[in-house]
Ligand binder design. Structure first.
Ligand code: AHR
Length: 494
């Protein structure tokens, strides 16, 4: 099918916050333990207990922000269990996720160390559901207070002299569900109370994020904005792409039908409608867009891999997941004024993971490659790009987004969600001298809808150089194969 687009490279729409390329790591299944943390004594090569292979892979995609410790786990987590000598740390039961023993070996110090190694901002989610105001307030004091105080002294005893810089703090998680089954009116009052004691010490300025709505619970957003907007910097939103039904069968991660492929794409596109509607409500109370939408959980959610612990949420990751990720990023770009952070669920071995591990082996997924290819958009300026797209099963067959970085390089990312047809796209390039333009392309594609990487075939789905485009005058003509993602870099020739 043929499509046209007009790209105005000189009409800038605003910054794409790099934090929309953020991640989320919960104490769930094999995400933290095995996936990230193996401990200093492990035979798996590690750096201070963090798996070196995973660390290096995550460094490559420039993780801007990492959310921890949950998720539902956050509202059962008591941070004091996870500090001090490891042999003394409390062993508890992770009741929400598989009923396994949590030895608390990965706690505040280990998480902050991981963020330092990744060069990313920590985003900590506090416990409202089963924790006290005092506990939350003391956690902030422990992490960020510089002088003499009970918590700061304790931190120093545990080996960390300087306070950490902590920017992002979430006051509870899914408090309409696993975080306490609250009504929005009740949570809103609790939010106001808890956040009062999330203090800014010694120049550390905390960006406070309130627990937001599930999917299309617009009443939750209405109440939170009406009652508490002035106490928050961000309001979260959770939406997962599930082709089937949450409780009765979500659908398989591999071996799915063409219909399931199309439904998955439709459900991914739904993020746009949700952001539009939640934003409209927020505009009523906050027309200046001071309160951001923080999409701190998103991604595909399928049935677990057969034979794995149902509480561990381990699923394979295919080229379909890659397209779901790319579509989400384009939607986040379009909502760049309101959406200031997004955290895919989850980093390793859980849901739409970047990385899968098996013992000492590690593979990266098609989704990982999208984060790698799209990192060019991090903190770049969004450009005006109008696309006239033909339809594939009542959805636009292609989705395009463009940005310009500080050096003036323009990057265009394109998705073709059609599982059997090519897409021919003509982009009219405006505001740029095309005579002195150098264009380079990279593609992520596969011949099968459920192509994925395995420990035996780790590179089945991986980026390759792409040259199926031509520049003629101001027209950039691109032919994309079915099931593909292309990133084109437009650089001025020196
Ligand atoms: O990401 C898995 C779970 O999904 C999180 O713990 C919870 O917040 C959400 O329901």
């Amino acid at each position: 099918m043929r499509h046209t687009a007009v790209l105005n490279t000189d009409i800038e729409q605003g910054k794409i916050n790099k934090n929309i390329y953020g991640h989320f790591a919960e104490h769930l299944g094999r995400c933290i333990y095995e996936g990230i943390w193996v401990g200093e004594d492990s035979s798996i090569p590690n750096t201070n207990g963090i798996r070196t292979d995973v660390l290096e892979a995550l460094q490559k995609i420039r993780v801007p922000v990492l959310r921890w410790p949950g998720g539902c786990f956050a509202d059962e987590y008591h941070w004091k269990d996870g500090i001090g000598p490891k042999e003394n740390r409390k062993r508890m039961v992770n009741t929400h996720w598989g009923g396994v023993v949590e030895n608390n070996h990965f706690g505040t110090h280990e998480f902050m160390m991981l963020c330092e190694m990744l060069g990313c901002e920590p985003y900590i989610c506090g416990n409202v559901g089963s924790g006290t105001v005092q506990e939350m307030s003391e956690w902030i004091e422990y992490m960020t207070f510089k002088g003499e105080s009970p918590m700061a002294d304790w931190r120093r005893e545990n080996g960390r002299d300087e306070p950490w810089k902590l920017k992002y703090f979430g006051v509870g998680n899914e408090n309409w569900g696993c975080g306490g089954n609250m009504r929005p009116e009740y949570y809103s009052d609790l939010y106001r109370r808890y956040q009062t004691y999330v203090r800014n010490y010694d120049g550390n300025q905390i960006y406070k994020i309130a627990g937001g709505a599930n999917i299309d619970d617009y009443n939750w957003t209405e109440v939170l904005m009406r009652e508490s907007a002035r106490f928050m910097d961000g309001l979260s939103l959770h939406y997962y792409t599930i082709p089937g039904e949450f409780w009765t069968g979500k659908g398989a991660a591999t071996g799915f039908s063409e219909d399931e492929w199309a439904v998955t794409m439709q459900k991914a596109y739904r993020m746009d409608e949700l952001l539009t509607k939640h934003s409209t409500i927020m505009d009523k109370y906050d027309p200046e867009k001071k309160v951001a939408i923080i999409v701190d959980e998103w991604g595909t959610w399928f049935d677990v891999e057969p034979g794995t612990n149902p509480g561990f949420l381990y699923q394979q990751n295919t080229i379909r997941d890659a397209l779901v990720a790319a579509i989400h990023f384009h939607i986040f770009h379009n909502h760049h004024e309101r959406v200031q952070m997004a955290n895919i669920a989850q980093t390793v071995n859980v849901l739409q993971a970047m990385i899968l591990t098996e013992g000492s082996n590690m593979i990266v997924t098609p989704t990982y490659h999208v984060f790698d290819l799209f990192k060019v958009h991090q903190d770049a300026v969004k450009l005006t790009l109008e696309t006239t797209a033909e339809e594939y099963k009542s959805m636009p067959q292609v989705s395009l987004s463009a940005s310009k970085n500080a050096e003036g390089t323009v990057n265009i990312s394109c998705c073709n969600i059609d599982h059997e047809n090519e897409a021919e796209i003509t982009v009219d390039l405006r505001g740029i001298n095309t005579e002195s333009l150098f264009v380079a392309g990279t593609i992520l594609t596969a011949e099968q809808m459920d192509a994925h990487n395995t420990f035996d075939q780790p590179d089945r789905v991986q980026p390759a150089s792409f040259s199926n485009f031509s520049l003629s005058g101001t027209s950039l003509n691109v032919t994309m194969p079915p099931i593909s993602i292309v990133v084109l870099e437009l650089k001025k020739n020196e």
